[in-house]
Design a protein around this ligand. Structure first.
Ligand code: CIR
Length: 264
């Protein structure tokens, strides 16, 4: 084209989602007591979650339904994106490993995406991976092992990412205890954290359900409706906060991040 007038491509804003399974109520539990899940309510909450992404300019790509895979709605655990590189996870829970196949198909259908994978005996759940700029915090949890972390380091290290392992014992996944604001500040709840001192810029939030935020843009955050005081605090910091009720997924140890994977 004419010098100086190269068309700028709008950044791709695509998020993978996966409709709840019919046996959602059989999802794995590690730290919580089982409580009855209202299926109709879960479906409605999932629809609203997807609608919130769309309303904020995200295109949702649905991974094929897996009616028998109880935890498949928590699609974030199955793949992590590093720009155009998709790293397929090898879930720590055996029951969740069959989820990855259809996710791989969905990922390969996105133009320009390259695929790498974590292999046995390595295990890694996407819920343990928190990207902050070029730093990748990875939870060493009951789901993600040292070999999985080594493999991730070998895959993304050469692409300019620094992998920092974080011990996780009090919660299921690293991102059940911390996530990051668009400016790189890591937010978390002190009761859930094993090692907050690892983060150079850390801000405590008042509610455990408030630790999970999805960055929808530089100024917009998606959060659970279960953390009103945290929402107020973050809106006081200048963010626009969009809330969704995800109570049925919270009963299964899921949070607002685990219901989608953003390609970024
Ligand atoms: C599990 O135990 O695997 C599911 N019941 C919950 C997964 C939540 N995922 C996440 O926090 N990333």
């Amino acid at each position: 084209g004419v010098l100086g007038y190269a068309p700028k491509r709008a950044p791709r804003r695509v998020a993978l989602v996966r409709i709840p399974a019919s046996n959602l109520d059989e999802g794995l539990l590690t730290h919580l007591e089982r409580r009855p899940v209202d299926h109709a309510r879960a479906d409605e909450q999932w629809d609203n979650y997807c609608a919130a992404l769309v309303a904020e300019g995200w295109e949702t790509v649905e991974v094929d339904a897996a009616p028998e895979l109880a935890d498949s709605v928590f699609v974030e655990d199955t793949v992590v994106f590093f720009g155009d590189l998709a790293v397929l996870a090898h879930p720590g829970a055996e029951a969740r490993r069959p989820e990855v196949e259809a996710v791989e198909r969905a990922v390969r259908a996105i133009p320009g995406v390259e695929v790498a994978r974590i292999l046995a005996p390595g295990t890694l759940d996407g819920g343990d991976v928190l990207k902050v700029g070029s730093t990748v915090y990875v939870g060493a949890s009951s789901r993600t092992n040292g070999e999985g972390i080594r493999q991730l380091r070998a895959i993304v290290g050469p692409r300019g990412y620094r992998v920092v392992a974080v011990p996780v014992e009090k919660v299921l996944h690293l991102k059940s205890s911390v996530t990051a604001l668009p400016d790189g500040t890591v937010i978390g709840h002190p009761d859930l954290l094993d090692a907050s001192s690892l983060f150079p810029s850390f801000l405590p939030v008042p509610e455990p359900e408030g630790v999970a935020v999805v960055e929808l843009s530089d100024e917009t955050l998606l959060m659970s409706a279960a953390a009103p005081r945290t929402a107020e605090m973050l809106s006081g910091l200048g963010y626009r906060v969009v809330t969704v009720d995800i109570s049925e997924f919270e009963k299964l140890e899921g949070c607002v991040t685990c219901l989608s994977v953003r390609v970024r």
